[in-house]
Write a protein that binds this ligand. Structure first.
Ligand SMILES: [Ca+2]
Ligand SMILES: [Ca+2]
Length: 369
């Protein structure tokens, strides 16, 4: 009888262990939250890049809505300093089909910015002397006419300009949301570097104009990092017609690079110094080819013609471009005023590049209606 009781206890213990084991093999996955911190951000993009092409158990249904999904743990975990903190690959299979591929990157874009209860925001290490830095390069001149664009390179380098081990990077570009909406187009980031060789499908951009933030993530997907340094992309601003008329000349246009997470071959993230770029509109005007408020055009919008009037310097030439930068015509003028006839033009927006005798050029946008 006693022996029977013992066998019963043993059997129940076995069943309990079995059910516990089954329980621990299950996990709740929120589609897009690849690092399981409760929010979908550009950092999740790095986890997908690292785990790209891995395979495991599919969930019962392929579902990408923002709701917790039951999943079975995969065999693989992301590397972590403390094994207890390691995150299972099941979280990176955002759509639950058993493969980590570009569809999962799409799920991050779908659910970007979503949060669930008990979210623990992504952590960004504090850089100290000797850590890599992400910096703004020198803004390029405004190339009047063909492309009325201000470009700012973004560069990544190790301490004292040494190469770094690069697999992926996530960062945020912050700007003054009260000024940027005055530009024709929003802030654009283009990843165009050969040394990181990330390829366009692996670049995430998510802009939030309300708070003035552009989140960027770039990751390789081949499980091999590269050693290098240099430009990783370019921030571009397309300047609004009368930005220089509407804003005080001493207005500052500021950009900040922060919330940076850089990972290398071993998935270890290293703290990275960010950067701040303070640009003064008057500086942009002086160092480039645009100055504030000296040239006026009217009427604008226009139907038949536009008059261009210079306050104190003679106009020598007016060039007219369409919005993709094609030169439509050039008018030679030797006067303080000039008239541009528009009757043969289709309705739309045109850019005028007005050159004055002192060699300056001024950009004005004209709308034909
Ligand atoms: Ca996350
Ligand atoms: Ca998947």
């Amino acid at each position: 009888m006693l022996k029977m009781r013992k066998i019963q206890v043993l059997f129940m213990s076995f069943m309990l262990a079995l059910s516990l084991n089954t329980l621990t093999a299950q996990v709740e996955v929120w589609p897009g939250d690849a690092n399981n911190n409760g929010e979908v951000t550009n950092v999740d993009w790095l986890y997908l890049g690292y785990a790209k092409d891995a395979m495991g158990l599919a969930r019962d249904s392929v579902f990408t809505g923002w709701a917790g999904q039951n999943a079975t743990l995969w065999d693989q975990n992301f590397p972590a300093d403390n094994p207890n903190d390691s995150i299972n690959y099941a979280h990176a299979d955002c759509d639950g089909d058993g493969f980590i591929n570009f569809n999962d990157f799409g799920t991050i874009q779908l659910n970007y910015g979503e949060t669930r209860g008990n979210a623990v925001p992504d952590q960004f290490g504090q850089a100290i002397s000797g850590d890599p830095e992400l910096t703004f390069g020198t803004p390029d001149t405004i190339d009047a006419g063909a492309n009325v664009i201000l470009t700012i390179p973004v560069e990544l380098s190790g301490p004292s300009q040494t190469p770094i081990d690069f697999y992926g990077i996530a960062f945020s570009l912050e700007y003054d949301q009260s000024i940027i909406p005055l530009l024709v187009q929003d802030v654009v980031f283009t990843s165009e570097s050969e040394w990181i060789d990330a390829g366009s499908p692996t670049v995430l951009l998510s802009e939030d104009n309300a708070v003035g933030t552009l989140d960027v993530a770039i990751t390789r997907i081949d499980q091999n990092s590269v050693f290098g340094m240099g430009v990783i992309g370019t921030v571009s601003l397309i300047i609004e017609d009368n930005l220089f008329d509407n804003l005080a000349p001493d207005t500052n246009l500021n950009f900040i690079l922060n919330k940076i997470q850089l990972i290398g071959e071993d998935f270890e993230d290293s703290p990275v110094f960010g950067d701040t770029l303070l640009m003064n509109l008057s500086t942009i005007g002086n160092t480039n080819t645009v100055q504030a408020g000296i040239i006026k055009i009217f009427p604008n919008p226009a139907s038949d013609y536009v008059d261009v009037v210079s306050g104190n310097v003679e106009i020598t030439q007016i060039e007219c471009y369409n919005t993709v930068g094609q030169l439509l015509f050039t008018e030679n003028i030797s006067d303080f005023t000039g008239r541009i006839e528009l009757p043969t033009f289709a309705k739309g927006t045109f850019m005028l590049r007005i050159v004055t005798v002192d060699g300056m050029a001024y950009i004005r946008r004209v709308v034909k209606h």
